[in-house]
Design a protein around this ligand. Structure first.
Ligand code: SF4
Length: 349
């Protein structure tokens, strides 16, 4: 086994090899262009959608969004509820709210800023996203480091610590390889991580930057990246009530703008945290409630279990303040609430 110091440092020749591999093997993705500059709107939209989500999950959303709102000005003019409903299922709803705020900020100033620094000032655009847009849409020599790139570099260097705690070393290593075509280089690193240097089965035999790779030389690339110790997830509980009218509609309300699933539709119920002492104190009204079972949903920092109750009610059922009766399919429910409603309707048979 060779040591870390025995392998040469990645440099410009490796960047060139990576670009030449990218020219032959790049993924065809709907937000990419082969010739000329990418549209900053499409790059920005795809990058926001791709945060914490897979390419396969994003593609249909991206295509729907760009068909319905082909430019940032179209998106800026959209109703909040329409955008939240179109986003439903992608998760991380704060991103959808920031998406709209950002579209409106860009429409108000007339165009996307063209530098990383200018982009960084937009709502919901952080270090990574500003670097990615600056490189891909505007050709700025920005170092773009996402989870895929962290993994590739952690292996190239056989980093003995989690890549997040060696940020400068990771960035310096990417910068050492990046000498031309910043946008293509950023996308090449992403593609390499997604298709060759994958988390569980890196295909080192096909890798264009295998030569300086310390992890490959050691013979066990999947030892990297070294993982940070995880904090245990919190456990939350709660109850959800789904009254179903004879016309098939259910009662929903909007969650507060701030916080988890902010601004999204939800079923009536308790706050999430400790199990409620009296579940029925959180029902929208008195009804012949029947237990429909539990639904468990995993958020980044917590696991939530909701006990679901369902009741059939007449068309004259009360509408509590803030409530709306809607067909389930038209309610723009996030994934958790879809599971709640499915559980409730399933219990009715
Ligand atoms: S040689 Fe293997 S481990 Fe190293 S970067 Fe390439 S695919 Fe990843």
């Amino acid at each position: 086994m060779r040591t870390r110091s025995a392998v040469r440092t990645p440099g410009p020749a490796d960047g060139a090899a990576l670009l030449s591999w990218y020219d032959r093997h790049r993924r065809a993705l709907p937000w990419r262009v082969v010739e000329g500059r990418a549209d900053p709107y499409r790059v920005w939209l795809s990058e926001i959608m791709l945060q914490q989500t897979t390419v396969a999950a994003v593609i249909p959303y991206f295509e729907r969004f760009t068909r319905r709102w082909p430019t940032v000005v179209d998106l800026a003019g959209a109703e909040d509820g329409d955008v939240m409903a179109a986003w439903a299922g992608l998760g991380y709803y704060a991103r959808a709210r920031n998406l709209l705020a950002c579209a409106r900020a860009v429409a108000a100033r007339g165009a996307f800023p063209t530098t990383r620094e200018g982009l960084r000032a937009l709502p919901g655009v952080g270090d990574y996203t500003s670097a990615a847009i600056a490189a891909i849409a505007f050709g700025e020599t920005a170092v773009v480091v996402d989870g895929n790139v962290e993994r590739v570099v952690a292996r190239l260097l056989a980093l003995p610590v989690p890549p997040k705690s060696a940020r400068r070393e990771v960035e310096a290593s990417v910068a050492a390889m990046l000498t031309e075509r910043a946008g293509d280089f950023a996308q090449a690193m992403m593609d390499l991580g997604a298709t060759i240097c994958t988390p569980r089965n890196p295909v080192c035999a096909l890798c264009p930057i295998a030569e300086p790779c310390a992890a490959r030389t050691e013979g066990e690339p999947t030892r990297y990246p070294v993982k940070a110790e995880k904090k245990p997830r919190k456990v939350w509980q709660g109850v959800a009530f789904v009254p179903v009218r004879s016309d098939g509609t259910i009662l929903t309300r909007r969650r507060p703008e701030r916080g988890l699933l902010g601004g999204m539709s939800e079923a009536w119920g308790s706050p999430w945290g400790d199990a409620p002492a009296d579940p029925f104190a959180h029902a929208p009204f008195g009804a012949p409630w029947r237990p429909a079972g539990g639904v468990t949903h995993v958020f980044t920092h917590a696991t939530l279990t909701l006990d679901v109750f369902v009741a059939e009610v007449g068309e004259g059922a009360a509408t509590p303040t803030g409530g709306t009766w809607q067909a389930p399919a038209a309610a723009g429910l996030p994934t958790l609430m879809k599971k709640v409603v499915e559980r409730a309707l399933g219990a009715l048979g």
